[in-house]
Design a protein around this ligand. Sequence first.
Ligand SMILES: O=P(O)(O)OC[C@H]1O[C@@H](O)[C@H](O)[C@@H](O)[C@@H]1O
Length: 317
Amino acid sequence: MGHSAAVWDYRAAHELTTDWNGNPLVVLRNPQGASARISLHGGQVMSWKNQHGEELLFTSSKAIFKPPKAMRGGIPICFPQFGNCGLLEQHGFARNKVWTIDEIPPPLPPNDSNGKSFVDLILKPSSEELKFWPHSFEYRLRASLGSNGQLSLISRIRNVNGKPFTFSFAYHTYMSVSDISEVRVEGLETLDYLDNLFQRERYTEQGDALTFESEVDRVYLSCPNPVAVIDHGKKRTFVIRKDGLPDVVVWNPWDKKSKAIVDLGDEEYKHMLCVDGAVVENPITLKPGEEWMGRLEILVVASSFCSDHLDLQKVRF
Ligand SMILES: O=P(O)(O)OC[C@H]1O[C@@H](O)[C@H](O)[C@@H](O)[C@@H]1O
């Protein structure tokens, strides 16, 4: 049965360790030497390295690795609320909870199993969460690392409640960049966005590409695939493809705001950019028994491909 191959893949390709603070951590590796580390605290990707051992995600030098807060960096999961538009704590509780590993996960689809290592993490609400968000759910997060180093995150959230519930969501992806002034984001041209710096007022993107000269905190609406983060300094491009995640949040706090963020080092805002696949404008409502799926895939394209003429539609994951 197909299942045995997947179990073999799973056992051979990931290992369990702990971070220096004692939090359990899953390590995925591919045969070429790329790796990803996913913490059971928050189901958060903490590190993603390419085959040369270069870190692709930003982690603050002042990051606090202790529950109940999420570490500043990597890819925190924002669920069941994005931002502060709701009654829950900012970005919801999922990023602050301890997840478990599914030791016998469903297999990878046969057409997608080649060289992939993966892990499935599970979050179910405890009686504590149910007190302030009274909805039973099962959340399965599959993190996988592909043969060309691409990182893929698939969230499946199922309503196991007797009543419908509604949520918003984001993969809050902190990319590591050479210098924010050397970066541009493509794929957002002509889109409408909600500007968090102006009470979520709606504007339309006018530029050919988004560049950074001051604080940016926006939700771009209904973004087509792909979105690209082009880093001229590091000569590499993050190509982002998503499914079930219509919106894209772009955030950099810039100098003034970052001084107020206690777990962000001085001047570190220059080396980070959050570009999140998200569901913000139209939250998801799940009826009893229904499941939602949101997939994010990120591939870093080598410097030789990094030019103004990169044809993003032709990038193969
Ligand atoms: O400090 P937190 O809770 O991780 O949030 C960081 C930022 O996350 C972004 O996604 C929001 O748009 C910002 O408004 C927010 O400041």
